[in-house]
Design a protein. Sequence first.
Length: 457
Amino acid sequence: MTDLMTWAELGGSLTAISGAAYARRAHPAAYWSTVGLPVSVVRLLASYSSTMDACGLTVEPPRWRALAIRATTRREIRPVPPRRGVIRPTSTGLRVRLRLAAGQEPADVAASAERLRHAWGVHAVHVRDVKPGVVELRLVGFDVLRKVRMPKRIDGGFLRVPVALREDATAFVRAYQAVPHELVLGATLSGKSMYLRNLIARLAAQPVVLVGIDCKRGVELAPFAARFSALATDPEQASDLLPVLVKEMEDRYDLIKARQGIAPGAPEELITSDIWGLPEDERPAPIVLFIDEVAELFLVATRKEEERRDEMVTQLIRLAQLGRAAGIYLEVCGQRFGAELGKGATMLRAQLTSRVCHRVNDEASAKMALGDIAPEAAYAACSIAAELPGLAVAGDTSGGWSRIRTPYLSLTDAAATCRATAHLAPDVPALTPLRPYVPHPPVKASGPVTTAHPVTG
């Protein structure tokens, strides 16, 4: 009887272990909530002081504390770790704040992030500077980029678009007013089109003017034509569209200048240098220009095309340099974007503050996107696997960068969103002649179709 109970207990244990292993692989979020979270909390509480000491994050206690220990006890005076705050569990990990001791800085904790990850048995540890003397450790229990689920609570808003998920389980928000222009690079099937699709679908629900240039005959942007105020599908149409945008930008500057020419002594809030300081009833709607495969605007075959290319590049550079104050923002996409494209390419790239680099075919392409802002990010982009489309490295000119991944959005759903929000497109008279033609979908009969026959007799 005892032997039967032993075998039954052993079988139950093996079943539980196998079930946990399967859940960890197939359902990591559920595994974390039931098993990983309590285990990691116990590890953190039990080994906090020793782990901090091993990572070199302890300091000598204050002199008053050392004197008190000597006066009241005979214990050895040992270095103390940063003071720990309350542990806050999340659906993807843990959050805990640390109050740094005198002489410590956030970089010291960030340098030990990999050691902390192994010590506490989590997937990753990210360090965020909260305020002087306080950092937040964000422990991620599993690979959140393997199966993307956007957070339920996202700090969005007007011209703030949550478009991807960061590796620390927070949303990557494309904030146009903070970072006006962006460069998106990626090889074929890297997920670049999915990133663009998410961006367009989320912007479509806002009162924003969407303009597109897709020199691949419109195969990428044409499905969203119902929401676009203007769409160019070849270089000739692009050469007609860009001067209109430049003229619109100049007209907006004239509007701002007229507002500045007010009488002396007027309130300061009435003086502005961009459209966001204008009264709401006078403020023109912002414009987001999407350019897919930007290299098609640079490549030429004849001298006549070269002159047209130079004009378009000059207009793009003007829009990138001066468009922010006029509420005009650029999303430039391509597979490569370097000096080999021709005159003006490097100058235009320098104006694109935000960078998103998906999987590329060579190291040089990654350096084109990220090498001038964060060299280590370029090496991270080169390690993106082909079986993870949508995975990218995002950075900006501040030097900060992180891995992100775009959630899946079908072309059908994105196109349906654009059709449903077509009425939200602001009216820009200058772009009306360039509005794409969108045929109405055929109306399906609700009942059986009957054929009328002539009456005889």
